[in-house]
Design a protein around this ligand. Sequence first.
Ligand SMILES: *Cc1c(COP(=O)(O)O)cnc(C)c1O
Length: 663
Amino acid sequence: MSESDLYPMFLGPYAENADLLEETLVDFLRDHMYWRRNFHPEDPPAIPTSASHRDDYIDFVADMKQELHALSADLKKSVPFFSPRYVGHMASDLLLPGLIANLVTTLYNPNNVAEEAAPATLEKEIDVGFQLADMFGFPTDPTREPCGWGHLTSGGSVANYEGLRNIISLRYFPLALADAVETTDLRIGAAGPLERAVRDHQSWELFHLSLSEIIELRDDVADRARDRFDRDDFRRFNRALSESRLESRGLVGMHREHPDLKPPVVVVPRTAHYSWAKAMKILGLGTGNLVDIEVDENMRMDIDDLEATLESLRDKRVPVLTVVGVLGNTEFGTVDPIGDLVDLRDAFEAAGTPFPIHIDAAWGGYLASVFRSEDGGMVSRKRLQKDFHYFPSRTVYRAFDALSEVDSITVDPHKLGYVPYPAGAYVSRHGGMLDFIAQGAAYVFDVEDDPSSDTNLRDKLRNLGQYILEGSKPGSAAAAVHVTHNVLPLHTDGFGRVLKGTIRASEYFFDQIDEFRQRLDGVVDVQIPFEPDSNLVCLAINPEGNESLDRMNRFGRRLFDTMRVDASQPIQRRPFIASYTSLMAEDISPERARRVLEPLGISTDMLTEDPAPDSPQSDHVYLIRNTLMNPWLLTEDDGRNYIDRYLDYLADAIRDCRAGAAD
Ligand SMILES: *Cc1c(COP(=O)(O)O)cnc(C)c1O
């Protein structure tokens, strides 16, 4: 595919598709007006035609226009995400299908909390959930479990909170079951995956069932209770079970009833997004119970450290709620070895201590479309390699292949899905999960005959607000994502085409750095500190001959000052806009930092968590961070594309910073 494929997809950096956008919007705007007029045309107009001659009308319109002009003027301070001169944060130009769908749908203002408030757009949100589940390779046959499903959230943060909340809800269920059996003295025997009667299992054992097993357990307990108990006992049992659950007792109550079970931990790579710390606070788990796994020199979760940590936790009888893997790290774009993580989960499961896996793919999730063929299978690595120089590495390919084996995934349509905010998504492998997390259900089981938990997945989701963290939510977001996915289906020749361009731009950037380094020989040393796994590339820059980490970081900051968004001056003064990140000493051991620092001529023991007063900036390595998601980065002008021009600018800025150096 070539860049020309992208021509109709975006408004364009010069608003080249202005006519297309305007015509389409005006058309749908009029369409909306007629819809109003044709609802009950027999009704007399509420606003008289002469109203616009009234003084108060004229005053109001004047005020409104005044304020809107002020807003429009103010908005010119906005960050020019659309421009290929912007390589800062995870934002770019928006895909036209989603942008138009969002603006048009806002006129109708649907609320996707429930079908009653969104007959058109809630159905689309349910579809979007299945489309994302398909992209990740989850099974999506609603007549059998597991069946993937998903929905939109305000963003990746909320999707992460929800991922953790749903896992908690399921994992405490078997304990509640044991309590219900105990308090009612009603027996249900060895239900579902259990080998013995529930009360003959230790809390530790009951806590260590896989999510699939927990769903199976609930279904079987429901069947057994209906078969064995009379109506009164069924109700008594049902009530006891509901009252014993985490949802009723809270975490504190659960652990009070099961003092032999230690408080659980959540395991994340050390460089995980800060929303995980927030999740621990919000859910009452406490950030002290977030266990960090070391990252390797490629900034990927170190699987050996993960294994050792999980073994040590198991030895100490500390339960692990979930292990989180990151697919597309926010700061470094790196991809955790999800394939190895899944293998480790399988080994722990075989040893009787399974743990669920949640993948935080807020950034990298949409890249799964590059790997998915139109028929639903994985595109072979060989075939993908024809499109790129390096991508995908073996680890990255395995990571995307293993996504189908994890329990749940966070993905942000408002990042690499190129749709407007707010649009994150939570996607789960387990449709049966919905029965655990329903808000409206008075009891665990319906008194009615079992409405088999998977045949009516879609029906349940029509009451979306019952299952999710949010209440009222924009149907316009669902419309935007749905139209986008329908125009650009989530496979390698659909949406994948957009993202392949970003990988190619990143590889081009990567390939230029050798020449760039030579160009700046004698001025600075430039390194790419770790091999990019996706479309985010960091640069480490050190003044030639400098051996002080503190000085290198101060130099990096001065350089970044020429490329940052500064609300006090017109954004047009910036030739290019990038972002920065810091590799913190606490996140990477000096031994791991060796790969980054030694090529720059800086000794690894410069990096310290506890810097001396005369070198306060020695607790991190400052990096220029480039998010290469703009679709026009390789557009040429006079034989130079935007990456060439960015590097030209960077070289000049580096020379200026060195010349003006007061260090
Ligand atoms: C962006 C991001 C988040 C947070 O997503 P929001 O949409 O900003 O709430 C979480 N995790 C990762 C890996 C991210 O990149």
